[in-house]
Design a protein around this ligand. Sequence first.
Ligand code: SF4
Ligand code: SF4
Length: 366
Amino acid sequence: MVLHVNHESSTMNAPLLTPSRHLADTLRGRALAIGFDLVGFARALPTPRSESFSQWLAAGHAGTMDYLKRNVEKRLDPRRLEPWARSLVSVAVNYDAPAPRSLENHPSDCGWLSRYAWGDDYHETVKKRLHQLADAIHELGPEGTLTRVCVDTAPVLDRVWASQAGIGWFGKNTCILNRSHGSFLFLGEVVTSLDLPPDTPETDHCGTCTACIDACPTGAIVKPYVLDGRRCISYLTIELRGPVPEELRPGMGQHVFGCDICQDVCPWNRKSPRTERPEYQPRPGNVSPSLSGLLEMSREDYRARFRHSAVKRARYEGLLRNAAVAAGNSGNPSLLPALEKAAAVDPLVAEHAEWAARRIRARAGQ
Ligand code: SF4
Ligand code: SF4
């Protein structure tokens, strides 16, 4: 019987199985054949990083990301998520498409989208592959094997499990870094009742480097391995729903969705391979979108343009808010008419557009 479990409340037990090296090797091969670049196994046990995660939450670094504060016990122990969990199959897909690094030769009337959002939404593309991997686990495992697919949608600390499974180490920028593939990686897991032999966690190879900390424009990496989400441009442009704190707006530069700076400067991303996968290649106009184009976009245009794209997470008003901040930081007076038009969208966008117009005029000495 093939049994997928896709809800959080299953209490089914699974047989305790002997770890099988042969099965693990076969599964690893299947994962690579499905299209994952990296695969590793970890035991479903309480995370060794529970203390640092709890301290990070207690320090308020999660900001308004209240979903991270929910189901903490499940995040810290996959057996609380699924009582039958024995192992996690952790996988990574390289999304580093061949295009410029952040803000390289960047025109002043254009914004910047984080490279993970250039192509198709990873929730959809990675999940599809994870379901294929779950099918392979059911095919290779004994009858009654259970699985649950996780990609950013379940309370699972995917970077912790990627590190435990030997995919990479936690960099000082808090991304998972792999020695050959760098850090532009989508992560996902299949939690399973299969008892798989765990891989060895990767050791830290950051050494004395501090490039990410030095390059972060908003000082979000408050110390090595600790990110204050509230200061991070990714949080400000994607997660934050209300106004962006004024003191952080100048540091956002021309980012309109996410930020790659601390990964672009990382030496481990210099020689990492670029992906040829069509789904992660930039859609037209997605790398450095015209700011006036974003500011003048109707809600309908937005829906059509960002269909099946991770950019949807910012929502329409949020993306226009970000485009207004980026326009203000560009100092480009040609964007003033588009800012005026965007101000009519709603009070949140209007406040940011007015801030941006004041900033452009001040820089132009008007
Ligand atoms: S993503 Fe950008 S803002 Fe966030 S820590 Fe990295 S460099 Fe700083
Ligand atoms: S830039 Fe340097 S310190 Fe930061 S994650 Fe990369 S190797 Fe580590």
